[in-house]
Design a binder for this molecule. Structure first.
Ligand code: ACO
Length: 349
């Protein structure tokens, strides 16, 4: 059975740099608080009208496709991970197929937030291994800047996120010791409401606090989206940051060790760990727990913030471009996020 290899990788971040100081125009925050709690110095925000999640994904995809030595016409399947799609439906996969003038290939959207890219990679890996497809485009992209509460009310979340996209082309390889060795996917829906955007949605308070929104007397047309929801800022993400932190620092090391043990490796064997860029403090905690050196872990949240489904491919691409990921290296990708979901992939570059 062939393995899949990352034949090409690309990233795209918008030109607009937004510093921590820039955010003080909108909310009561400051550079010291943001850097101390998250490590973030700046992030990128997409052009308001000219860039979307799909267009950023397409920019990253063009680079990945070119580096794979192939063309958009050769792509035989698309997997697109995002939590900030251009439309509620249809998904970004079909928008990308249209934007890149691809053949009428299958396009799958993955909704696993911070773990989205790893879930997408794992799905694509299975299709390559079975021989069903030969050139799969896997994209992670986010335009968070359109969905954040830029008032002081939303500051605990809004300062964390940034926009961008990353993409890879997966192809089969028969070369000994190359490619994706294994992927590992997990979820625990008990904590679904800890990090979530409830509205617009069809829940009608079924799961959440019954007092969360005024649905009892609402006409059905106002249960999906209403003026009251907007007035109460219920159309923005909710996060219990400390609960996320506590779970993340357990599940990140666990899923990394799972990948290593499945392939007979130890943490000392890792050449490069690319953790989802959730928060620099989480990455540092994981690094210490696994006793990894600074050279074994790549972080760039300082420049881009948390770009959710885009963060792993952006960090991997940047590390590769800087020569920090080389042929034959043992690379571990790992993520944890909303759901909760968490995942890892171990590969030989
Ligand atoms: N600027 C200034 N002050 C702020 C800000 C801000 N942006 N946000 C919150 N504060 C204030 C709060 O109002 C609070 O003030 P008070 O003490 O007067 O009430 C104080 O700072 C502490 O607030 P907490 O919410 O308790 O802050 P905490 O120390 O937990 O830090 C943070 C918040 C950074 C989100 C932290 O909980 C964390 O790192 N959690 C992990 C979650 C995470 O990384 N999420 C990323 C997205 S999910 C993912 O990718 C996995």
């Amino acid at each position: 059975m062939p393995r899949s290899k990352i034949a090409g990788i690309g990233m795209y971040v918008p030109a607009n740099v937004v510093t921590n100081d820039d955010l003080t125009q909108y909310m009561d925050t400051n550079d010291a608080w943001i850097q101390e709690r998250t490590g973030i110095k700046e992030r990128r925000y997409a052009h308001r009208t000219e860039e979307t999640t799909t267009t950023m994904g397409a920019e990253a995809a063009k680079i990945a496709i070119e580096r794979a030595g192939t063309t958009a016409q050769d792509i035989d399947f698309i997997v697109f991970a995002t939590l900030s799609p251009d439309y509620y439906f249809p998904g970004c996969g079909v928008m990308l197929q249209r934007a890149m003038k691809m053949k009428e290939v299958g396009a799958l959207d993955v909704r696993n937030q911070c773990s989205g890219f790893l879930y997408a990679l794992s799905v694509a890996d299975q299709f390559i291994k079975t021989g069903m497809y030969k050139n799969i485009l896997v994209v992670g992209a986010e335009k968070h800047s359109f969905g954040l509460d830029f008032t002081t009310r939303g500051r605990n979340i809004s300062v964390i996120f940034g926009d961008g996209a990353g993409a890879v082309v997966l192809q089969p390889t028969e070369k000994e010791g190359q490619g994706i060795l294994s992927t590992h996917l997990h979820s625990d829906g008990e904590s679904a409401e800890i990090l979530a955007m409830y509205n617009p949605g069809t829940h009608a308070n079924h799961w959440a606090d019954k007092n969360y929104a005024d649905f009892d007397d609402a006409p059905i047309a106002e249960m999906f989206m209403s003026h009251a929801m907007i007035d109460k800022a219920q159309n923005f993400p909710f996060m219990d940051g400390q609960s996320v932190f506590k779970k993340a620092v357990v599940k990140f090391p666990e899923v990394i060790m799972e990948a290593l043990q499945a392939n007979g490796y130890q943490s000392t064997d890792i050449n490069m760990l690319i953790p989802h860029q959730a928060n620099l403090r989480i990455s540092q905690f994981v690094q210490q727990k696994l006793k990894l050196s600074d050279e074994q872990v790549y972080n760039n949240i300082q420049q881009y913030g948390n770009t959710t489904a885009a963060s792993v491919p952006i960090a991997l691409c940047e590390a590769w471009e800087k020569g920090k990921v080389k042929e034959g290296d043992l690379v571990c990708l790992a993520a944890f996020g909303s759901g909760f979901t968490w995942a890892s992939a171990l590969l030989k570059w």
